[in-house]
Design a protein around this ligand. Structure first.
Ligand code: KG4
Ligand code: ZN
Length: 347
């Protein structure tokens, strides 16, 4: 099965081609046109500009991928596209393009939940090979600019949210803290780089909801705590910026890892997974893996997506389409008629 994946839920335009035969996969293409440079000067995503850029870039990206890989429309078996959650203006561009392609090419169209796609990114490693055989139940920590979710998986299609943020997503908090410290956009990669080898104990920050008896999170108060401490800091030099980055990053990691481990224990998880843009954070990857080992030894396996699969991309969308289709591709022949954008789509 050859699947075309399309991703336009926020500010990254993604097109991917994924071939899957039984459990073997081959990535033919995975291109992302990132709009980060455009939004640096605004300090965040401007939805209307993002949508216009998707419009400009999606079809040329698709044409490039098909030409370079010498793929003709007849070779494609299905199209997977994200229909939510995300920015409505951005999602519409991907959806309408995919619907048009589905109608004209006469190909099944598979609607994909963006958050599920982040989770399923764990099933692929490298450019080709065997899909991973992840054992269930599994607990997945999804951390991105829009979401902070703990999900329980009974299989690839049975995914339930057991906890989530009550205010800001953790990626959003990284971006806002970077703004407070005058570090630019997007904040996640900058903060994690500055935090490397810096003293994380120098500034004392809270660990919101770390002892709450649920799997919910809250990052808005942590961001405000950084703002308050920073306002009172008389020496705002490079060294102190690095210390603040390290303190903030560690506060996030402490809460995220503690709740992930607790959930894994309660649900007898056989696997722990990570997903979403913030899972590119090296320290989070290292510490969660370390704690899972300490806590469960070899009984629980830890998975994390390849780095290029952590932030938004269309390969994870194509893969999610494969799992969604199962054995019933025909079910999706006419979906182009009914698919609607759902900006607040839940799992
Ligand atoms: O999954 P993603 O590409 O888009 C959404 O679905 O939101 O995630 C983007 C988020 C941004 O907030 C960005 O700052 C954060 O992921 N991020 C990171 C790192 N790389 C990206 N956060 C922490 N550490 C990183 N290395
Ligand atoms: Zn995302």
């Amino acid at each position: 099965m050859l699947i075309l994946g399309i991703e336009t839920s926020c500010d990254d335009t993604g097109v991917a081609l994924l071939e899957i035969m039984s459990d073997k996969f081959r990535v033919l293409a995975n291109l992302v046109f990132s709009q980060v440079k455009i939004f640096k000067k605004y300090g965040g995503v401007v939805p209307e500009i993002a949508a216009r850029k998707h419009l400009e870039n999606l079809l040329p990206l698709l044409e490039k991928v098909m030409k370079e890989r010498k793929i003709e429309t007849k070779d494609i078996d299905a199209i997977g596209v994200v229909y939510g959650p995300g920015l409505i203006t951005s999602l519409i561009v991907g959806i309408e393009t995919a619907k048009t392609l589905s109608l004209i090419w006469q190909k099944p169209l598979v609607p994909i939940n963006h958050v599920k796609a982040h989770i399923l990114a764990n099933w692929i490693e490298g450019d080709k090979g065997q899909l991973k055989k992840i054992e269930f139940p599994a607990i997945c920590l999804v951390v991105s600019g829009g979401h902070t979710i703990l999900a329980l998986l009974k299989n690839e299609n049975d995914i339930k949210v057991i906890g989530q943020t009550r205010d800001d997503a953790v990626g959003e908090a990284f971006d806002k803290v970077a703004k407070i410290l005058g570090l630019g956009y997007p904040g996640g990669p900058i903060i994690s780089e500055k935090a490397e080898n810096a003293d994380k104990e120098f500034y004392k920050l809270p660990r919101p909801m770390i002892n709450s008896r649920d799997y919910d999170f809250s990052f808005s108060g942590l961001k405000t705590a950084v703002k308050n401490v920073w306002e009172w800091e008389p020496i705002k030099d490079k060294e102190n910026v690095r210390k603040m980055c390290a303190a903030f990053q560690q506060a996030c990691i402490d809460v995220l890892t503690k709740k992930t481990i607790l959930a894994s224990r309660e649900y007898n998880a056989k696997s722990i997974l990570l997903g979403g843009g913030v899972s590119a954070n090296k320290e989070l990857r290292k510490q969660l893996e370390g704690q899972a080992k300490t806590e469960f030894g070899e009984k629980v396996k830890f998975y994390q997506p390849d780095l290029h699969m952590t932030t938004d991309n269309a390969l994870m969308v194509a893969l999610a389409a494969y799992f969604e289709v199962g054995a019933d591709l025909d079910k999706f022949n006419e979906t182009w008629r009914s698919i609607k954008v759902e900006p607040n789509l839940e799992i």
